[in-house]
Design a protein around this ligand. Structure first.
Ligand code: PLP
Length: 464
C-alpha cells in the first residue's frame, strides 16, 4: 500500500491553523492548548499511518483530523471527575467514590470552603485553635471516648496510632486478623511502615487468650485487634474479644488498640441487618484507642477517625506524622456536619445517604422501581423493561456477607446488544453504571435517587 498519499494529506500546521474550526477553537479556548492538540493529533495520525494497513481506517483518521483536534481541546477543558449514577446496588462502591455526602451538607461545605473559615482559629479566645476542635466533642459524646482526632483515612490512622504508641517495639496481632483492605494495602505492611514490629499469634481460624499472653515480651508495646470487616472466617473458629484482652492489657500495663474498619455508630440489627460492632461497644468494653473510616458505614467524608484515651490521642496530635496526614477544611467541615446528625439516631438514618440507602425498606424500593419502570415505558424506549427482585450489597469492605433484598429495573434492548448499551450508558453526559446479568441491563433502584431516575430516563431515551 502506498502510504505517502496519506502522509501528504495531513495539512501543515500553519494551514491547519487557518481553518475556521481551529480559529474558532482558539477564540473559544486558548492558543496553546489548541497548538498542543494539533501537534498531538497529527503525530497520532502519522503513527497510525506507519503501523496500520487498513485503507478505510486511515481515510477516516485523515478526514477526521480537525474534528479530533477540537475534541482533544474540548476534553482538556472539561472536568474529567464527574457525577455518575450508581445503579449497581452496592451502596459503598469504592470505585464510585464510596459514601455520598448529602446536598444539605454540601451546601454548607461550599459556604465554608469558598471563603475563609475558623479552621484553626478559636473564635472565643481570639487566637490559634485546633482543626479537630470542631468535631472532637461530638465524637466523644457519641462514642463515649475521652478524646478524638482525625487524619486522611483509616489506613493512615492505623499508621499514626502505631507510630505514636509502638514505634521501635512489638505489637501483637492475631493471624486471623491480618487484613488486606483493598488496592493491595495490607495491615502488616501498613504496620511495618509505622516502625512497629508485628508479632503474629494464633492461626488463621483460631487464636486463644494464651496466644496473646505467651507473646508478651519486654518489647511489647500494644495489642492490636483488627475487625475482619471485608471477610469472615466461619466454621471451627475462635478469637479473643476485646473484653477478654482488657485484663491482659491491664496485667502488663499494655494498651489495646482496635481497628474497626467501618465506623458503625448505631446498632444496625435494629434495621434488619447483621449486627456490626459499634465504636461505642469498643470504648465501653475498655479499648484504649479505636480507629475507623469516615466514609464507610459512618457515611461521611474520607477520613480516619481516632478515638480513645486522652493521653494517647495527645501523643498522636504531637506526632510529626500528623502534619503529613492531617485533614483539610473540607473534611473537618463535613465530619462535623455528619456527626451532628448522629446526635439523634432517627435523624442519622433519615439524613445520611448511606444509612438511608441501607435501611430503605423493600416496599419503598419496590414502589420506586415501579415508578421508574413506568417512566421508562412512557418514554417509549426500544427495549423490554421488567422488574426483577435482586440483592443489594453494602460494599466498601463492610458487612461482606450481607445481602439486602431489593428491586431492579431490567432492560433488554431490542435494537442493540447489551454490551453496546452498557458502553453507551458509560459514555452518557451523566454516566450510568449498571450491573449486567442474564443478557440484561440490571439497575438496582436502592442506590438511585428519585431525581436521578428522571435523568436516566431522559438519557436512555436518547440512546434507545
Ligand atoms: C477499610 C479498612 C481500612 C482502611 O480504611 P480507609 O479509610 O479506606 O483507609 C483499615 N482497616 C480495616 C479493618 C478496614 O476495613
Amino acid at each position: 500500500m502506498d502510504k505517502s498519499r496519506f502522509y501528504r494529506s495531513i495539512p501543515k500546521v500553519d494551514i491547519l491553523l487557518e481553518d475556521d474550526r481551529i480559529q474558532e477553537a482558539i477564540a473559544r479556548f486558548d492558543r496553546d492548548t489548541v497548538m498542543d492538540a494539533v501537534r498531538e493529533q497529527t503525530e497520532f495520525v502519522r503513527e497510525q499511518i506507519r503501523t496500520l494497513d487498513e485503507e478505510n481506517t486511515l481515510c477516516i483518521l485523515v478526514d477526521g483530523l480537525i474534528p479530533e483536534i477540537i475534541r482533544r481541546v474540548e476534553k482538556m477543558h472539561t472536568p474529567d471527575m464527574r457525577p455518575v449514577i450508581n445503579a449497581t446496588g452496592t451502596v459503598l462502591h469504592t470505585n464510585l467514590g464510596r459514601a455520598p455526602i448529602s446536598r444539605e451538607h454540601m451546601a454548607r461545605l461550599a459556604e465554608v470552603a469558598c471563603g475563609y473559615s475558623n479552621l484553626e482559629y478559636d473564635l472565643e479566645a481570639g487566637r490559634r485553635g485546633e482543626r479537630y476542635s470542631h468535631f472532637e466533642k461530638l465524637l466523644c459524646r457519641i462514642t463515649g471516648a475521652e478524646a478524638a482526632m482525625a487524619v486522611n483515612n483509616n489506613a493512615s490512622a492505623v499508621m499514626l496510632i502505631l507510630s505514636s504508641m509502638a514505634k521501635g517495639g512489638e505489637v501483637v496481632v492475631s493471624r486471623g486478623e491480618l487484613v488486606e483492605i483493598g488496592g493491595k494495602f495490607r495491615i502488616p505492611d501498613v504496620m511495618e511502615q509505622s516502625g512497629a514490629k508485628l508479632v503474629e499469634v494464633g492461626t488463621t481460624n483460631k487464636t486463644h487468650y494464651s496466644d496473646y499472653a505467651d507473646a508478651v515480651t519486654e518489647e511489647t508495646k500494644a495489642f492490636l485487634k483488627v475487625h475482619t470487616s471485608n471477610y469472615r472466617i466461619v466454621g471451627f473458629t475462635e478469637s479473643v474479644g476485646i473484653d477478654k484482652l482488657i485484663p491482659l492489657g491491664q496485667e502488663y500495663d499494655l494498651p489495646i488498640i482496635e481497628d474497626l474498619g467501618s465506623g458503625v455508630l448505631i446498632d444496625l440489627s435494629k434495621y434488619g441487618l447483621t449486627y456490626e460492632p459499634t465504636v461505642q461497644d469498643s470504648i465501653r468494653k475498655g479499648a484504649d484507642v479505636v480507629c475507623f473510616s469516615g466514609d464507610k458505614l459512618l457515611g461521611g467524608p474520607q477520613a480516619g477517625i481516632i478515638v480513645g484515651k486522652k493521653k494517647y490521642i495527645d501523643k498522636m496530635k504531637r506526632n510529626q506524622l500528623t502534619r503529613a496526614l492531617r485533614i483539610d477544611k473540607f473534611t473537618a467541615t463535613a465530619l462535623e456536619l455528619v456527626l451532628q446528625e448522629y446526635l439523634s439516631e432517627e435523624n442519622a438514618v433519615k439524613k445520611i445517604p448511606v444509612l438511608r440507602m441501607i435501611t430503605r425498606s423493600r416496599e419503598d424500593v419496590e414502589k420506586a422501581a415501579a415508578r421508574f419502570r413506568r417512566m421508562l415505558v412512557r418514554a417509549g424506549i426500544k427495549a423490554e423493561i421488567s422488574l426483577q427482585p435482586c440483592e443489594s450489597q453494602i460494599g466498601g469492605g463492610s458487612l461482606p456477607l450481607e445481602r439486602i433484598p431489593s428491586m431492579a429495573v431490567c432492560i433488554r434492548p431490542t435494537e442493540m446488544t447489551v454490551p453496546e448499551l452498557e458502553t453507551a450508558m458509560r459514555h452518557l453526559e451523566i454516566p450510568v453504571i449498571p450491573r449486567t446479568f442474564n443478557d440484561m441491563i440490571v439497575m438496582d433502584v436502592r442506590t438511585i435517587d428519585e431525581d436521578r431516575m428522571k435523568i436516566v430516563t431522559e438519557e436512555l431515551k436518547e440512546i434507545l
